[in-house]
Design a protein. Structure first.
Length: 210
């Protein structure tokens, strides 16, 4: 999945270098795994935010795109469009790919702990229904002005440690984040079913244009 994402990023004219954060101790494994020249590899951290911070240490550009390797169906055009969305608004601090929510979203008073989609601390009472017309499911790539992202990562270490994406940190720091609509096919591989679907879709598309 890492290689598919790398191939998509390589097709973007504005991408000058690619840095991959991997679990500590696996740097050499990925470096020799056929990802090719022009790809830097750094050790990740205990949290998502720490992995991003480690990768940012070797970034010297004004903009940076963050992408999850768990989304191997990303296409070059989407990356270019998210970059262009941010570049077009000098006052914005970031731009993210996101897809409109199509399910009806219920809110409960406590966390739902799921085990392969089986809720194990049920029953859970519904407290309300959210207006899905204003809701978006955040994806990657997420593109930021590097200075704004670094400041957001450093502003609140506790919040950063719990963050599930970088945009929420930039938002919490007062930054403006724009949405670029993305197709739901830019899915995240989380479950075995996701992996099967991704394999089917990847099998029908050339690298970088899934």
């Amino acid at each position: 999945m890492v290689e598919w994402s790398i191939e998509a990023l390589r097709g973007v004219d504005s991408v000058g270098a690619i840095v991959v954060a991997v679990p500590p101790g696996h740097e050499q494994k990925l470096g020799g795994g056929g990802v090719g020249d022009g790809v830097g590899v750094v050790a990740g951290g205990a949290t998502r935010a720490q992995s991003v911070s480690n990768a940012l240490e070797v970034v010297g550009t004004e903009l940076v795109a963050i992408h999850d390797a768990a989304r191997p169906l990303v296409i070059t055009d989407l990356i270019e469009q998210v970059v262009a969305t941010l570049v077009a608004d000098p006052d914005a601090n970031g731009a993210i790919a996101a897809t409109p929510i199509t399910d009806t979203i219920k809110q409960s008073g406590r966390l739902a702990i799921s085990d392969a989609y089986r809720v194990i601390n049920s029953p859970i009472e519904v407290e309300g229904t959210l207006d899905r017309g204003r809701l978006w499911a955040a994806q990657t790539p997420q593109v930021f002005r590097v200075a704004a992202l670094r400041a957001a990562l450093a502003a609140d270490p506790e919040r950063a440690a719990a963050a599930t994406d970088e945009a929420m940190l930039v938002e919490a720091a007062g930054g403006r984040v724009l949405i670029h609509p993305s197709p739901p096919e830019n899915l995240k591989v989380t479950t075995p079913l996701d992996l099967k679907l991704a394999e089917l879709l990847l099998g029908d598309a050339p690298a970088g244009a899934a």
